[in-house]
Write a protein that binds this ligand. Structure first.
Ligand code: 13P
Length: 249
């Protein structure tokens, strides 16, 4: 069956030493039957990966990568740079990148293809703004993000992805989607995937929820039938909080 996944997204936070202490505090706390993934800033990837070396239940992810193989793209990081330092996961299409770096579904399609070509597992983020939620079009909006960026993939490639549903209105706001709202969207996305691929692919796909996940609400969210774990921002920056979230399955 689907894996339980607790993923942290540190975003642009923490000094090197703070990050090191956090990675060590997470790595040394074993949680059975949960895959933990830490999305750390580029400069910390090598050392975070070293800290988690030999621990099959904790992996390190980059928070982004460029959509081209290599070349004159000052300041960018390519997928082969990530694999050359032993990274296996990459967060793609986070709403903050969609908003501030204007990443759209077409660009993300390119990034997904390139990541898979390099044997990186994308954690593909999707989600709707508050305006779209209020308009009642949230399910079709998020379904469309999947169709446009992912549904060109062959089933065998789609099966390698992790999806993270992150309603923008719930990110960093303290306002969490209710367990029922999360379940409604996750079930709708799973049905959308089944409609395009088949039921087996849909049932095998890990769909994480992100947006103000905290120790106090993780258990109820992760308890929903179609919620396979979380992509956690703020609460992943504190060792005790994140370890508690990891134990919430
Ligand atoms: P918060 O958990 O801080 O709301 O952030 C969620 C998120 O954006 C994870 O990628």
């Amino acid at each position: 069956m689907r894996k339980n996944i607790a993923a942290g997204n540190w975003k642009m936070n923490l000094s090197f030493d703070e990050g090191k202490a956090l990675a060590e505090g997470v790595q040394s706390t074993f949680v059975d039957n949960v895959l933990t993934i830490l999305g750390v800033p580029y400069p910390y990837l090598v050392s975070a990966n070293k800290i988690c070396e030999g621990n099959d239940s904790v992996a390190i992810a980059a928070q982004n990568m460029h959509h081209m193989e290599k070349g004159a793209y000052t300041g960018e990081v390519s997928p082969s740079m990530l694999t050359s330092i032993g990274i296996h996961y990459v967060i793609l299409g986070h709403s903050e990148r969609r908003e501030y770096q204007k990443e759209d579904n077409q660009l993300l399609k390119q990034k997904v293809d390139l990541a898979l070509a390099h044997h990186l597992t994308p954690i593909f983020c999707c989600g709707e703004s508050l305006d779209i939620r209020k308009s009642g079009n949230h399910i079709s909006h998020v379904s469309n993000q999947l169709s446009e960026s992912l549904f060109h993939l062959a089933a065998a490639d789609f099966a390698k992805l992790i999806i993270a549903y992150e309603p923008i209105w719930a990110i960093g706001t303290g306002e969490t989607a209710s367990p029922a709202q999360a379940q409604e969207m996750h079930a709708a996305l799973r049905a959308h995937i089944a409609g395009h691929y088949d039921d087996q692919i849909a049932q095998g796909c890990s769909i994480l929820y992100g947006g103000s996940v905290k120790p106090a609400n993780a258990k109820e969210l992760f308890g929903q039938t179609d919620v396979d774990g979380g992509l956690v921002g703020g609460a992943s920056l504190k060792t005790d909080d994140f370890n508690q979230i990891r134990k919430s399955f």
